[in-house]
Design a protein around this ligand. Structure first.
Ligand code: NAP
Length: 308
């Protein structure tokens, strides 16, 4: 099967392009970067997809700069809503299954209950609004699609919370981290494993299950923590791996003490019942997924220390 994975230079796209090579029955992965398929130019998408002729499309490319999206909402909309809509229309017209990623930021974060797929979405940010508009554009196109909402994505590489904490913990004695945002840190590798498990069902089962899930599923690591709890686990995990850190204290602060342009949900918990029931996928807890990434970070840091 020819599988097109967009966003191949990103966290999730990169992990998926590597992971799907090992799908049972074999898969030819077309790992597309923005030079191959530029989502900022939705009008070119049909011609590019005609040329690439995939049998399955996974769109892991997105405008993910949450703060910057407040300044360029139109560009975020083009990349996160118009372009996925164009991909979905192409896929629907050729009966090609389509997998899209979305986000916990479509919710307003009220309450403390894990969000179910059919809970009302009320984004607080331009980024969240653009991702929700993308969901609607895909739904309007019809066809066999699955929108996978995930949360707090990170990896040993890339631009993410883990990669932000590592240098800070090496330089500063105190970190001040938001404690009133709760969710599940989800590694790109965990997402790639879960998507591979979903796809292993085969094309016919895929269409049936996508429909059974009403084209929408939540996928995150099991368990929950705050941003502060995540930072504490990163620091403790690095220390346990012998990484020298300057940090002595990690102070919990409220979101109001760390103002950002984009508002983020306090409650990012995602309910995983549909994922387990329809797709038979039970994700590992966030701590074990983190351990695998920390092993990699610690290896790299000890490698760079040895080289200096
Ligand atoms: N990061 C999170 O915390 C998070 C949380 C929930 C959901 N998600 C969703 O999960 C998915 C994957 O996110 P991620 O964390 O892997 O993102 P990421 O690491 O920021 O990667 C984004 C990817 O999109 C590509 N891209 C950006 N603009 C593009 C354009 N105009 N045309 C083509 N490609 C373009 C980037 O290419 P370049 O390398 O060239 O920039 C990169 O490959 C996205 O749908 C995102 O909305 C992410």
């Amino acid at each position: 099967m020819r599988i097109l994975v967009t966003g191949a230079t990103g966290q999730v796209g990169g992990a998926l392009a590597a992971r799907l090579q090992g799908l049972p029955g074999g898969a030819a992965i077309i790992a597309a970067d923005r030079a191959t398929l530029d989502l900022a130019q939705p009008q070119r998408i049909t011609a590019t997809l005609d040329r690439l002729a995939p049998a399955l499309i996974i769109n892991a490319a997105a405008y993910t700069a949450v703060e910057k999206a407040e300044d360029e909402p139109a560009l975020a909309m083009r990349i996160n809503a118009e372009a996925p809509g164009a991909i979905a229309r192409w896929a629907a017209s050729r009966a090609v299954p389509f997998v899209q990623f979305s986000t916990d930021y479509v919710f307003d974060g009220a309450g403390a209950k894990p969000w179910r797929e059919d809970d009302p979405a009320r984004p607080l940010s331009a980024y969240g609004a653009s991702k929700l508009a993308g969901e609607a554009a895909i739904r309007a196109a019809g066809g066999a699609f699955l929108i996978v909402r995930t949360s707090w994505v990170y990896a040993a590489r890339g631009d993410n919370f883990l990669r932000t904490i590592v240098p800070l913990a090496r330089e500063r004695t105190e970190l001040r981290i938001v404690v009133d945002q709760v969710g599940a840190p989800t590694s790109a590798a965990l997402i790639a494993d879960a998507v591979a498990e979903i796809l292993a069902a085969g094309a016919d089962n895929l269409r049936r299950r996508f429909a059974e899930a009403d084209g929408l599923v939540h996928l995150a690591a099991s368990g929950e923590t705050s941003r502060h709890g995540f930072a504490c686990a990163i620091v403790a995990g690095l220390k346990a791996r012998g990484v020298a850190l300057a940090v002595e204290k990690i102070t919990p602060i409220g979101s109001d003490e760390y103002p950002t342009r984009a508002r983020r949900p306090h409650n990012s918990r995602l309910d995983l019942t549909r994922l387990k029931k329809i797709f038979g996928v039970t994700p590992p807890d966030w701590q074990s997924a983190l351990a695998a990434e920390l092993d990699q970070v610690a290896r790299e840091l000890s490698g760079s220390a040895a080289a200096t």
